[in-house]
Design a binder for this molecule. Structure first.
Ligand SMILES: NC(=O)c1ccc[n+]([C@@H]2O[C@H](COP(=O)([O-])OP(=O)(O)OC[C@H]3O[C@@H](n4cnc5c(N)ncnc54)[C@H](OP(=O)(O)O)[C@@H]3O)[C@@H](O)[C@H]2O)c1
Length: 243
């Protein structure tokens, strides 16, 4: 049941994170929103509150360990507990290896892998103390299908899959761990691709394939609506048009 659950979401200012926050709030969850851009976070929080829901936000850079600790702490302080951490923030500055865009490789490792690990480090002690909790991580279909020019991104998402599967096994019995693997989704994601050729390719593919972020939000709801004894390990979803 989603109603009454306290859910912290990273990357809640846009796209999948925002759509999920709005949907969970509509269903009665209490939201702790995290991302770097305050104005966008404030807008999401206000939209939730205007519809009668509950939401607070904190500026959060997931590549900073202390930001995740503070996000989790604020959720506990505000709502008395934390039931779900949805580690969803992601970065995709893709390009061919020949560009040697090492800073971009580091960004993807810092946000996509370390961001998830720092979330685990922040929330696991809380979940252990409560005797319950749920980690949900956003990977990607790119975790399973490596495409040239997106290899580092794929590798970071494959890492998310691996660490989520291992975490699920270690925490079995008390804490749930789920991963969603979306295909192309209609968000601001490709806008952040710097390489103009890659960006054009992504946008063209997006026009053909992209599903709505609300579709992904409904997959998160499905994960959360299972009976207490059931753990959905992975949900892969893509538009019918995407191979
Ligand atoms: N769109 C797709 O086709 C697709 C497909 C598969 C998987 N995904 C995954 O879905 C997730 C959400 O992406 P999206 O598609 O919804 O794209 P989006 O609209 O660009 O959202 C990305 C979110 O991540 C946040 N973010 C980026 N860097 C961050 C950092 N260092 N610290 C905290 N937050 C950070 C952004 O907020 P701020 O900029 O405000 O920090 C934003 O809220 C990502 O993990 C992505 O890999 C997307």
């Amino acid at each position: 049941m989603v109603k009454g659950q306290v859910v912290a979401i990273t990357g809640a200012s846009s796209g999948i994170g925002k759509a999920t926050a709005l949907e969970l709030a509509r269903l009665g969850a209490k939201l702790m929103l995290g991302a770097r851009h305050e104005e966008a976070l404030l807008q999401v929080a206000e939209e939730i509150r205007a519809a009668g829901g509950e939401a607070v936000y904190r500026i959060t850079d997931v590549s900073r360990r202390e930001d995740l600790l503070k996000l989790v702490h604020l959720a506990q302080e505000t709502f008395g507990q934390l039931d779900v951490l949805f580690s969803n923030a992601g970065a995709m500055p893709i390009g061919p290896f020949d560009e040697l865009a090492v800073d971009d490789w580091e960004t993807m490792v810092d946000v996509n892998i370390k961001g998830v690990l720092f979330g685990i480090a922040a929330a696991l002690p809380v979940f252990r103390q409560q005797g319950s909790g749920h980690f949900i991580h956003t990977a990607s279909t790119a975790a399973r299908k490596t495409v040239p020019n997106q290899v580092v991104y794929s590798a970071t998402k494959a890492a998310v899959l691996a660490l989520s599967d291992g975490l699920r096994q270690e925490l079995a019995g008390q804490i749930r761990v789920s991963t969603i693997l979306p295909g192309f989704t209609d968000t601001a994601f490709s806008e952040h691709v710097k390489n103009p050729e890659m960006k054009a390719q992504m946008q063209k593919a997006g026009e053909k394939f992209a599903m709505s972020p609300e579709t992904v939000a409904r997959a998160v709801v499905y994960i959360l609506e299972q009976p207490e004894g059931v753990n959905i390990g992975e949900v892969t979803l893509r538009s019918k048009a995407q191979a």
